[in-house]
Design a protein around this ligand. Structure first.
Ligand code: GLY
Length: 384
């Protein structure tokens, strides 16, 4: 039987919590929920992603009911459009209708979208109730569920959609990464989650895991076969890197990097991920697919500034391709349009572009106003 793992997250300004990882961990943890700090037994409000198998949801929630929780269910169809103020309001209303009190928890069962909405509702309802995150995608397990970022998109009257523009930092009381939930993920979604693992590997030398990228490359066959034991190790090592970054800079306030280093590849990615027609199915890229391209672009931008060797860029491209993720794409707009889109990313500061770049494989830092030619070299590297 595959054993599990636990990683402790210790944010400076919030109570510490554990990320438990293993097959069946979400149901197995039910008897510990009432013992978590700030939680009392009573009602439990479950926010459920429609994309996850009902049988898995029933197993988890039946275990909670067996521990004496009175469970209310609320389902969300996860899409960027539904990650809205309207859905947030509907969750809050349902929580009020269920009579949820201040020490009664929200349980978020799903991918990053559901976790972000449920977390934001938990942060706001009665000025804050506990949330337990149960990520069911690889991306949510290694990234979105850990670190307390919650929120929804803002849709402006002119029709533009500002991603994650309204939200709060609200650290979970626990994270339960159940690797059995990952088995049923469709192949494209599973592979997209690997992009955040590659990203962690590309910065991990500065965060006490210099071997992470190499281990990911060597373990790729077993990862893609979704062997439970290797998934536990993959999630645990990635969460440990993220936990160290979050402990150093819980609210992304550091001027020298900290949590902003987790945006490696993301400024490039955000410039292309909402463009329709880039994916083979004629729709937009998944976030992880855009991040994979962004990682190659950021590596090449770093090389073009003399910060990274050409062989390291090849390593990055190689691991992205090993994951089955795109490292080149056709149909991108011209450089000027892409640069303009990068400037409008919410990570820009005072109208200046700050990019997370590499200063060697495994080491990232923030660079203000990188030269336009270096940024363009990044875009060239991913044009098919
Ligand atoms: N996903 C980046 C962060 O949590 O800061």
């Amino acid at each position: 039987m595959t054993s599990g793992a636990a990683v402790r997250v210790e944010p400076a300004g919030s109570p510490a919590y554990e990320v438990r990882i293993g097959p069946g961990i979400a149901a197995a943890f039910a008897d510990e929920i009432a013992g978590l700090p700030g939680i009392q037994q009573g009602r439990l409000f479950a926010v459920i992603d429609t994309g996850i198998p009902p049988a898995w949801v029933d197993t988890v929630l039946d275990a909670c009911a067996a521990e004496g929780f009175d469970v209310t269910r609320f389902t969300i169809d996860p899409s960027e459009k539904n990650k809205s103020i309207e859905t947030f309001r509907a969750v809050l209303c349902a929580m009020a209708d269920a009579g949820i009190e201040r020490r009664e928890p929200v349980l978020a069962l799903g991918g990053g979208i559901v976790g972000d909405i449920a977390g934001f509702a938990a942060a706001s309802y009665r000025r804050g109730v506990p949330v337990i995150q149960c990520p069911t995608t690889l991306l949510a397990a290694v990234d979105a569920s850990v670190g307390g970022k919650t929120g929804v998109n803002l849709s402006l009257p002119d029709g533009s959609l500002l991603k994650n523009m309204a939200g709060a930092f609200h650290q979970p009381a626990a994270v339960l990464a159940d690797v059995s939930a990952l088995v049923s993920l469709d192949e494209r979604t599973f592979r997209a989650g690997l992009a955040e693992c590659v990203k962690h590997g590309m910065i991990a030398a500065d965060w006490s895991d210099a071997g992470l990228l190499e281990w990911t490359r060597e373990s790729m066959d077993r990862i893609l076969a979704r062997q439970p034991g290797v998934l536990v190790d993959l999630i645990a090592r990635n969460v440990a890197v993220k936990a160290r970054v979050v402990a150093a800079d819980e609210r992304e306030q550091s001027d020298t990097g900290g949590r902003a280093l987790l945006n490696l590849g993301h400024t490039y990615a955000h410039a292309i991920e909402t463009i329709d027609g880039l994916a083979p199915d004629g729709g937009p890229l998944l976030h992880g697919e855009a991040v994979a391209l962004g990682l190659v672009a950021a590596a090449e931008c770093s090389r073009s500034m003399g910060r990274l060797g050409a062989s390291d860029v090849l390593v990055v491209r190689g691991v992205v391709e090993q994951c089955g993720l795109p490292s080149k794409i056709s149909g991108l707009p011209d450089d000027a349009t892409l640069l303009d889109r990068m400037m409008h990313d919410k990570k820009t500061s005072g109208g200046r572009l700050r990019l997370t770049l590499l200063r060697g494989l495994g080491r990232a830092e923030l660079v203000s106003d990188p030269p336009a030619e270096a940024i363009a070299a990044g875009w060239s590297a991913i044009r098919a």
